[in-house]
Design a binder for this molecule. Structure first.
Ligand SMILES: [Zn+2]
Ligand SMILES: [Zn+2]
Length: 294
């Protein structure tokens, strides 16, 4: 690898993080009223990371093909057209109304410097996601999360591939309870999208050590996608690997072979139906009872 390319892939992630912060710090107020701006910024960021897979591939076995691209695109549309809208209606708006009704105010948060507001927003979202994700690996909620672990290769959009119930659950957060500037919240969302895309991308990045200490990298996240159920119980953080370091679940290393259940790739229909498997298993193991009940 020539020096220019090495420097580019060493600095790409930290420079992107800095550019996203500068972009939202200087975003005009008129943009903040329009929901499509944050959606466009998020999808644009993911598209750039996806394009990088063709410039500096990590593993030939993870190379994007049409089947993978179409599946990933299906989930991209599902997430932005349906799941995020449901999350706003069913969780964020009721939480904001409850905050208003109960008279909860956190105006101190609004007066923090921009970068600290972004850091607070990211930490709130990531802490919630960390514990929910950890719970998913250690409870019946695994049935909603397992489809994400049945993916057999990593690519920039793979963070969005999973059962819709799981995608809805992991998009929940308590951020609506805090008074933060909209620029800071959008900046945190954009950063989480960028880092999650980096952490799933088939790209050979070589970031500075401080970056890997704070943010989730594809090394850390590929280890979370290891073959075998037990091996997945580390590196739960979506974007801030700092959470795993704080809560004692960080493991160093990386994996090239990813997947579950003998690495069987699921069809979209199987991913959608996966949480019903325990129920279907019970019906199958008890055919007489289910027949007489019917
Ligand atoms: Zn997981
Ligand atoms: Zn993942």
């Amino acid at each position: 690898m020539d020096a220019m390319k090495r420097t580019t892939f060493s600095l790409f992630q930290p420079v992107t993080v800095a550019l996203i912060v500068v972009f939202w710090a200087s975003a005009p107020d008129a943009w903040l009223d329009k929901a499509w701006v944050i959606t466009a910024a998020s999808i644009g960021t993911m598209a750039v990371v996806q394009a990088l897979e063709f410039c500096n591939e990590r593993h030939a076995g993870w190379r994007l093909n049409w089947r993978e691209f179409l599946t990933d695109s299906f989930y991209l549309v599902l997430y932005y057209a349906v799941i995020l809208k449901l999350e706003t209606k069913l969780a964020e708006e009721p939480l904001a109304s409850a905050k208003h009704a109960l008279g909860i105010t956190t105006m101190w948060a609004m007066h923090l410097p921009f970068v600290l507001q972004v850091a607070l927003a990211m930490f709130l979202v990531e802490c919630g996601q960390y514990w929910l994700h950890r719970l998913m690996h250690n409870s019946f909620l695994w049935w909603t999360h397992a489809p994400h672990h049945h993916i057999t290769q990593l690519n920039a959009l793979k963070g969005l591939v999973g059962n819709p119930l799981e995608l809805f659950l992991v998009s929940l957060s308590v951020i609506a309870l805090f008074d933060l500037s909209l620029n800071a919240v959008f900046c945190a969302v954009n950063l989480i999208v960028a880092v999650s895309a980096f952490a799933h991308a088939n790209v050979r990045f070589d970031p500075p050590r401080w970056y890997s200490y704070v943010f989730t990298t594809v090394e850390a996240h590929s280890l979370h996608h290891s073959v075998g159920f037990k091996e997945t119980r580390c590196n739960y953080a979506n974007a801030l690997i700092l959470c795993d370091r704080l809560f004692g679940t960080f493991r160093r290393g990386e994996a090239q072979i990813v997947g579950q259940d003998e690495r069987r790739r699921l069809l979209i229909s199987e991913q959608l139906m996966f949480p019903l498997r325990p129920l279907m298993g019970m019906i199958k193991s008890n055919p007489d009872k289910s027949a007489s009940a019917g």
